[in-house]
Write a protein that binds this ligand. Structure first.
Ligand code: DAH
Length: 339
């Protein structure tokens, strides 16, 4: 009997299983009711009395040994969570890489947030526009070069369908449907028939701003833009307004900010002037207000417009505008931490 117990023990010791099902087969074979260990137990009554003590102990040891062996085989599968092919199902999955926000979105959102703190809301308008909203209502004379095919994308069939060349068109759309007070900014994509180079692209983005109410003055414009420049480029930033011309504003100006890279001392980014031009602005021309049925005797307003790419290029030191549109992951993922 002892010999059979030992043989069975050796057999169990060398047993292996490559799946949970095989472990279960071993359990049935050895320790189920009809299993070989229990069969030995059934024969225990035939063991001579003087051997009963030793055989009984050996049998119990065998039973425990078999139980442990089968449990540990089962554990080796269950704790690892492997499936039938041995794949460990409990291992953490490959994390999905989160995308990063586009640098143009980062800058746009920052601009929206700065003007939001001054009470400006956000509105949008269509990219496919008509002559009225892009030119006529904005006081462009009929022979203005922007109306030329050289600068603007028209469709052949109908010269009144065009891609907007600036977000100033949204000013008109908003003023047509709302009476003052109006205080809003209009971010969006614009299109110009220009050759693509490091400095210019045929598709780019602008943010337009508009404030119309009673008694809005140039001083309001200047203070609003100073606050904006300081928020965007830092507290020490200074601004300067240079007289300029736009058909839709009178007077008009271009705004420069002190160069944030050299602090105004002069460097190659500001071309050694200490200043960077970032936007156009002015007091809304009364003709524009009247085109939208807003009483220009009662109301005045200011407007401004800036290019998002230009600001993002200054902000992040990007030298080529084409990077924004190429979707090169090596470029885009540099802005991960900027979210
Ligand atoms: N629309 C002009 C452009 O695309 C930018 C601009 C200049 C907008 C002066 C304005 C403004 O609102 O007052 O270049």
């Amino acid at each position: 009997m002892l010999k059979r117990i030992n043989e069975l023990k050796q057999e169990i010791e060398t047993a292996t299983a490559s799946s949970v099902d095989e472990v279960d087969a071993l359990r049935i074979r050895y320790i189920s009711k009809k299993g070989s260990v229990n069969q030995l137990f059934a024969e225990f009554k035939n063991v001579p009395n003087e051997e009963k003590k030793a055989v009984g102990k050996a049998l119990n040891d065998l039973k425990n040994f078999a139980l442990e062996k089968i449990n540990s085989l089962r554990d080796s599968f269950e704790s690892k969570g492997t499936d039938a092919t041995g794949t460990d199902l409990t291992r953490p999955g490959e994390p999905l890489k989160l995308g990063t926000r586009h640098p143009l979105s980062l800058v746009k959102n920052e601009i929206i947030s700065i003007f939001g703190r001054l009470g400006f809301t956000v509105a949008e308008g269509p990219e496919i526009e008509d002559d009225w909203h892009v030119f006529s209502a904005l006081n462009f004379p009929p022979e203005h070069p922007a109306r030329d095919m050289q600068d603007t994308f028209f469709i052949e069939k109908d010269p009144d369908v065009l891609l907007r060349t600036h977000t100033s068109s949204v000013q008109i759309r908003v003023m047509e449907r709302t009476q003052p007070p109006i205080r809003a900014i209009f971010p969006g994509r614009v299109f110009r028939n220009e050759a693509i180079s490091a400095r210019s692209h045929c598709i780019f983005h602008q943010v337009e701003g508009l404030y119309v109410d009673e008694n809005v003055s140039f001083a309001d414009l200047k203070q609003t833009l100073l606050y904006f420049a300081k928020e965007l480029f830092g507290e020490d930033t200074q601004i300067r307004l240079r007289p300029s011309y736009f058909p839709f504003t009178e007077p008009s100006a271009e705004m420069d900010v002190s160069c944030s890279i050299c602090g105004g001392k002069g460097c190659n980014v500001c071309k050694y002037t200490g200043w960077l031009e970032i936007l156009g602005c002015g007091m809304v021309d009364p003709n524009v207000l009247e085109s939208c049925n807003i009483d220009s005797q009662k109301y005045t307003g200011f407007a401004f417009g800036m290019g998002i790419e230009r600001i993002a290029m200054l902000r992040y030191g990007i030298k080529d505008i084409r990077h924004f549109f190429e979707n090169d992951i090596r470029f885009l993922k540099q802005f991960e931490s900027a979210i």
